[in-house]
Design a protein around this ligand. Structure first.
Ligand SMILES: *[C@@H]1O[C@H](CO)[C@@H](O)[C@H](O)[C@H]1NC(C)=O
Ligand SMILES: *[C@@H]1O[C@H](CO)[C@@H](O)[C@H](O)[C@H]1NC(C)=O
Ligand SMILES: *[C@@H]1O[C@H](CO)[C@@H](O)[C@H](O)[C@H]1NC(C)=O
Ligand SMILES: *[C@@H]1O[C@H](CO)[C@@H](O)[C@H](O)[C@H]1NC(C)=O
Ligand SMILES: *[C@@H]1O[C@H](CO)[C@@H](O)[C@H](O)[C@H]1NC(C)=O
Ligand SMILES: *[C@@H]1O[C@H](CO)[C@@H](O)[C@H](O)[C@H]1NC(C)=O
Length: 905
């Protein structure tokens, strides 16, 4: 059982009692182990003193080697101090009881004072073999029994071999004290002799105890040498010590050898080969009596070995110990080698062998053998757990040992500490695995500014999260970094879209921006929307949408077709990316906008607007003319030409059909010959010449209430008819006398007349200034009632001739040019006042006169207006013929007079 005493001394009056776990001692055969837990040492510097009587001697490396101490710390401050019980300062009672005193000094960083703990430990060891060899990490120690067993041993001890003895019989205790050492001969393997003083000064430890000679040497002392034993390098120290007493000299051979190699590593296993037969064994009779494995200087039994996967076996040449890498008796540590992350496993097994060399002599051989595996690269792996649906990058970077700390992360925008990254919502977490390893997890939304986005094609966005993880390895604060990058490509771009509608004056365009914001240019027609025109088009933006209203006559609008009273106009809108030159969305909207193209006035005057349509690109509006090339636009610009002209000018034609009067002219390019471009060789000739012809028509039609109104006849064969509307007014008037100077007006009716008193009627086409029109009277008749279709009825003019049945003859009066502008626009006739009589009874003393008037071309050679009235036509037959000859839809002005009453007195 180990016995722990903690004598605690503070140099500055404070006494500290560290918990029992912080300082522990153990007697492990020929060594004492002092364990200092990292809880005591953490963040502090820890030092040890050996105690020589009242003297405290700091345990320097050279003192440790010389006097039998070793100190071994892991990186976190757990420290093992091994002290040979034969160390320079141990109190030794009959080579059985050993008192070992030490001091532990703990100095905090930046602290002047230190805490001091004194450790006292007593160990018993009485299993001394005639030769004991101890290989510690920094020294080799050999001790041999220096006196014949029968003289010194209280118990029976094995005899030393004869060849190592010289004059044994005569030796006494006195002569073999340390002060009798005459000289020492080192074999390197050359011989080198030294007196004791020189050996001690060189750094060798040489002591004698009651029964033993102890020799100690560091591995790198000048008189050591290397020998390969079955391929395993071993360090040797071989010394013969001569004791002198008066006339006799006694000689003792001591040899120690410790392995410095023999390790084989695989990824999982450490194999330690120790030569089974070695030069320490003097004869081939050597026999291994026992073999024990230990850890950190402490023996372990076979059950513990099995539990931990250790094995200790022998082959013909080796004693073989195997240890799995990663077992709990060792530890892993992180390292950076050439900037890369590596790990290394460290473990300190012990091998103890007891062999006999035939007969009595035996050797106990004990090796404390620290093993470090080579650096094993462990490049961290970044595992991408990115959740595309939630649009969050999720990266797990691992694995690292427990001694690695994540310090900061460098994003595309800069460095953030872990705390800052968490404060920003990146959720940086440390994941611990059961074996103590760890990994680091980071979550970053796609939308964060640290994510670099690049568009790939029209609708795909590449999201990249470039990262550099900054780590520290504790406790030595070794920095290292590891770059990682995760990338996701999503087809998640919503392109801007266009829609639109028209009212009577404007195109209304709505742009929905898509999800990249307004990163596009708006092209209207063929040019980008400039800031000046934004105001003109009443552009409104609200972050997600843009609205614009473009008047249909705006310069960005293309004219497709002209209709009689409307214009088909089209607005082309293109949204494009000015950086990548990509077309994002295009849209065309064509609408018919009401627009007066032709106006027809009652006086025969006409106006027409010619529009440059996009299919006739070479058109120059100012060069357009009417049929008469001298008739040019009243005004024009680059898209319009406006004409205004009289019906009897500019080559206007006049057509009468079905009683409708149509004026027509044509707008065209003055020079109709194709422009001949000089054709170069290989260059395609110019596109086919586009003709531009616009027919301008005005239709005039009878107006039932005494005017002639327009009539539009559909003319499907002509693509661009320009149709106007007009009215020709015709009136029937009753003159006050044969001079036709004064006329009754509406308010004068009823007008009174005596029987057979003449009535002078005039029918006139008003307003028109066209001298080529002639007004004709087809039929005139009188009725008793206002309705022109009632009976009784009395014909006055039939088919343009006076009725022969009228006994009171109707007389046409020629129209003389005096005071009349257009005589052909007028007809005058005279009738005698009469009364409707039935069976010689005057039916009623009133009558109404009606006429049907027609318009004729003055150059026409037949028809109503030119009818020859020489021969009398029987009434009924004539009517029949007329109806057959003329179309019922013949358009006539239906004229009626006001009431004329019979004045009886
Ligand atoms: C230990 O103390 C003794 C007696 O004071 C002294 O002779 C000896 O040199 C000391 N040993 C060391 C290693 O200082
Ligand atoms: C610890 O466990 C993790 C996860 O199972 C594994 O990736 C890692 O290699 C282990 N580390 C060691 C040192 O065994
Ligand atoms: C980030 O961490 C690395 C590794 O520990 C370190 O070298 C670097 O200085 C740190 N950067 C900042 C800005 O703190
Ligand atoms: C922007 O205007 C559009 C069209 O008027 C409308 O649909 C949308 O809701 C508006 N958006 C905002 C953020 O006001
Ligand atoms: C015919 O009438 C229109 C509209 O009233 C007028 O502008 C034009 O000058 C007139 N033409 C003639 C020849 O009187
Ligand atoms: C005929 O002319 C009159 C007077 O100008 C007008 O009030 C009437 O509406 C016209 N009738 C038709 C059918 O055009």
């Amino acid at each position: 059982m180990s016995f722990v005493t903690n004598h605690l001394v503070s140099l500055i009056l404070f006494f500290f009692f560290p918990p029992g776990r912080a300082l522990k001692t153990a007697c492990l055969g020929s060594v004492m182990r002092l364990t200092v837990d990292k809880s005591l040492a953490f963040g502090s510097q820890i030092e040890f003193d050996a105690i020589n009587g009242s003297q405290n001697l700091p345990l320097t490396p050279s003192l440790a080697v010389k006097c039998g101490f070793s100190v071994n710390s892991d990186p976190w401050g757990n420290t093992n101090v091994f002290a040979s019980v034969l160390n320079c300062f141990a109190g030794n009672e009959n080579d059985r009881e050993f008192d070992i005193d030490m001091r532990v000094r703990v100095r905090g960083i930046n602290k002047a004072e230190q805490d001091v703990f004194e450790v006292k430990k007593s160990c018993s060891y009485n299993q001394w073999a005639p030769r004991e060899i101890l290989c510690d990490r920094n020294y080799m120690e050999v001790s041999v029994n220096r006196l014949p067993g029968e003289i010194t041993a209280l118990k029976t001890q094995p005899k030393m071999p004869k060849d190592q003895m010289f004059g044994t019989d005569t030796l006494s205790e006195a002569i073999t004290s340390r002060y009798n050492i005459w000289r020492m001969v080192f074999f390197t393997p050359k011989q080198k002799a030294m007196v004791l003083e020189d050996a001690l000064n060189t750094g060798y430890g040489v002591t004698t105890t009651r029964s033993r000679l102890v020799l100690r040497s560091g591995f790198d002392m000048p008189e050591t040498y290397v020998e390969h034993v079955n391929g395993v390098p071993m360090k040797f120290i071989r010394v013969t010590t001569y004791f002198k007493k008066q006339w006799s000299v006694t000689m003792l051979d001591t040899v120690a050898a410790c392995p410095t190699g023999g390790l084989v590593f695989t990824d999982e296993l450490i194999t330690w080969n120790f030569p089974r037969f070695n030069p320490l064994m003097s004869s081939a009779d050597s026999k291994i009596l026992g073999m024990v494995m230990g850890m950190d200087g402490e023996q372990i039994d076979s059950a513990q070995m099995a539990a931990k996967g250790y094995s200790l076996t022998t082959t013909d040449t080796f004693i073989v110990m195997t240890l799995p890498i990663g077992g709990p008796d060792g530890y892993y540590k992180s390292h950076i080698v050439n900037g890369q992350y590596h790990i290394r496993y460290t473990i300190e097994p012990m091998l103890e062998i007891l062999w006999s060399e035939g007969g009595f002599d035996s050797t106990r051989y004990k090796v404390l053998f620290p093993i470090k595996t080579p650096f094993m690269p462990r490049p961290p792996q970044a595992v991408d757990y990115t959740n595309v649906d939630q649009r969050v990058f999720d990266v797990l970077l691992g694995t690292f040992l427990h001694d690695v700390q994540l310090v900061n992360i460098t994003f595309s925008t800069g460095v953030l500490t872990v705390a800052e990254a968490n404060a920003r919502g990146f959720n940086v977490q440390e994941h611990r695995f059961q074996n103590g390893s760890k990994a680091f997890r980071l979550q970053v939304p796609f939308s964060d500014t640290v994510v670099v986005t690049t568009q790939s094609g029209l609708v795909a966005m590449v999201y990249t999260l470039p990262l550099i993880f900054g780590f520290m390895i504790l406790p030595e604060y070794t920095p290292f970094s590891y770059p990682a990058s995760v990338t996701v490509t999503l087809q998640d771009i919503i392109l801007p879209t266009l829609s639109g509608a028209c009212d009577k004056e404007r195109f209304h365009i709505m742009i929905s921006n898509g999800n990249l914001g307004k990163n596009f240019n708006i092209m209207l027609g063929t040019s980008d929307l400039t800031p000046e025109r934004q105001a003109e088009y009443d552009v409104k933006e609200n972050g997600t949408h843009i609205l614009l209203a473009v008047p249909f006559l705006a310069s960005d609008v293309a004219f497709e077709l002209m209709y009689p009273s409307s214009l088909r106009a089209r607005l082309d809108v293109l949204l494009w990316d000015p950086v990548k030159k990509w077309s994002l969305s295009d849209f065309s909207l064509a609408c018919n906008f009401p627009m007066t193209m032709t106006e027809c006035f009652s006086n025969g005057s006409m106006s027409a607007l010619a529009v440059k349509v996009e299919s006739v690109s070479q058109l120059v509006p100012s060069q357009l003319t009417l049929t008469d090339p001298l008739c040019k636009p009243k005004f024009s610009n680059d898209r319009f030409a406006y004409f205004s002209f009289d019906a009897n000018s500019c080559g206007t034609t006049r057509t009468f059909y079905d009683g409708v009067l149509m004026y027509q002219n044509e707008i065209s390019m003055g020079d109709e010959r194709p422009v001949s471009l000089q054709a170069k060789k290989g260059v395609p000739s110019s596109p086919p010449y586009q003709q531009y012809r616009v027919t301008v028509s005005c239709f005039y039609k009878r107006n039932d209430t005494q005017t002639i109104a327009f009539f539009t006849k559909p003319r499907e064969s002509e693509p661009l008819p320009e149709t106007g509307f007009g009215e020709l007014q015709v009136i029937l008037r009753l003159a006050m006398g044969g001079s036709y100077r004064n006329f009754y007006v509406e308010q004068d009716f009823p007008v009174g007349r005596y029987l057979r008193e003449p009535l002078f009627f005039e029918v006139e086409l008003l307003q028109s200034t066209d001298p080529q029109i002639e007004l004709g009277l087809e039929n005139c008749w009188a009725t008793l009632k206002p309705d022109r279709s009632t009976t009784p009825r009395w014909d006055l003019i039939v088919d343009g001739c006076v009725s022969l049945a009228d006994s009171y003859e109707t007389v046409f009066h020629p129209v003389t040019p005096d005071g009349v502008h257009f005589p052909s626009h007028m007809k005058r006739f005279e009738i005698k006042m009469f009364a409707f009589v039935q069976e010689n009874i005057i039916l009623k003393d009133q009558m109404f006169v009606h006429c049907d008037a027609v318009l004729c071309d003055i150059n026409q050679t037949n028809g109503i207006c030119k009818r020859q009235c020489s021969s009398p036509i029987p009434l009924k037959t004539a009517k029949k013929v007329r109806r057959d000859a003329e179309n019922d839809q013949f358009q006539r002005a239906q004229l009626s007079s006001g009431k004329i009453v019979f004045s009886s007195s």
